[in-house]
Ligand binder design. Structure first.
Ligand code: 8X3
Length: 249
């Protein structure tokens, strides 16, 4: 039986790689995102197995209208991958813009919750699965992580809460928490600063979007009685820096 995956934020990075990974395995794939041209390119690449759903995840009315208008087989979602999300800025909290914090909360928290809420009845009916993309930033605070890390802690805790609320319903829920991964994410975070992007990844042998896609695929193809609650992964080159202590002069 052909199954259907819906991936939010499929226009680049983890989302596009995940679309390719599941289409390769014969799943029907719904890819959402704001950039219709990117989704059209994926449609050209992946063919009939791929269905674009262009909307901004912060626009709940557009999301519902677009998803409800999908061709019937693509409306029966078995696996929701909540991947859409972003970080804006790397500066400490006092030097950030409140508008950036709002955008992160509206996308990473409110948008993710709205999409999940909309698809939940069908996922319960089909005993489906939800994979939420959190981050190591949910587990390990770092300077400049502020609201981004907090939104990812929400995603992680929401995943655990869903597990509890869906008790006995056969729906699997997983929080995936990736570390440094080379993707457009960093260009978005730095406002398109290619030099900062190059410096961050130079010599780091970072994770690649395909690593995350393979991880999601592995999680989704475990036997039906196995739930991976959370899974944190980093490149070998990334580890922990410990606490900082400020001393008065
Ligand atoms: C972001 C992970 O390690 O680039 O989700 O801060 S990291």
């Amino acid at each position: 039986m052909t199954r259907t995956i819906l991936i939010s934020g499929a226009t680049a990075g983890f989302g596009a790689a995940t679309a390719r990974r599941f289409a390769e395995a014969g799943w029907r794939v719904v890819g959402t995102g704001r950039r219709a041209d990117r989704l059209a390119e994926l449609k050209t690449e992946l063919g009939d197995l791929f269905e674009p759903a262009a909307f901004d995840i912060t626009d709940e009315a557009a999301m519902i209208e677009t998803l409800d208008a999908l061709p019937a087989p693509f409306r029966s979602v078995d696996l929701l991958v909540n991947n859409a999300g972003l970080a804006l800025g790397t500066r400490p909290a006092p030097q950030t813009k409140l508008s950036d914090w709002r955008t992160m909360i509206e996308t990473n928290v409110t948008g993710l919750a709205a999409l999940t809420h909309h698809l939940l009845p069908g996922l319960i009916e089909r005993r489906g699965a939800i994979v939420n993309i959190a981050s190591v930033a949910a587990n390990w605070p770092y300077s400049g992580g502020n609201v981004y890390g907090a939104t990812k802690a929400f995603v992680q805790q929401f995943s655990l809460g869903l597990r509890s609320d869906l008790h006995g319903k056969g729906v699997r829920v997983t929080s995936i928490e990736p570390g440094l991964c080379e993707s457009e994410f960093t260009l978005v975070r730095t406002g398109g600063d290619q030099a900062a992007y190059d410096a961050l990844y130079k010599g780091a042998n970072a994770l690649q979007p395909k690593d995350i896609a393979d991880t999601i695929f592995w999680v989704a193809t475990q036997p039906a009685h196995v739930n991976i609650n959370s899974l944190e992964l980093m490149p070998v080159s990334q580890s922990f820096g410990g606490f900082q202590v400020h001393r008065e002069a």
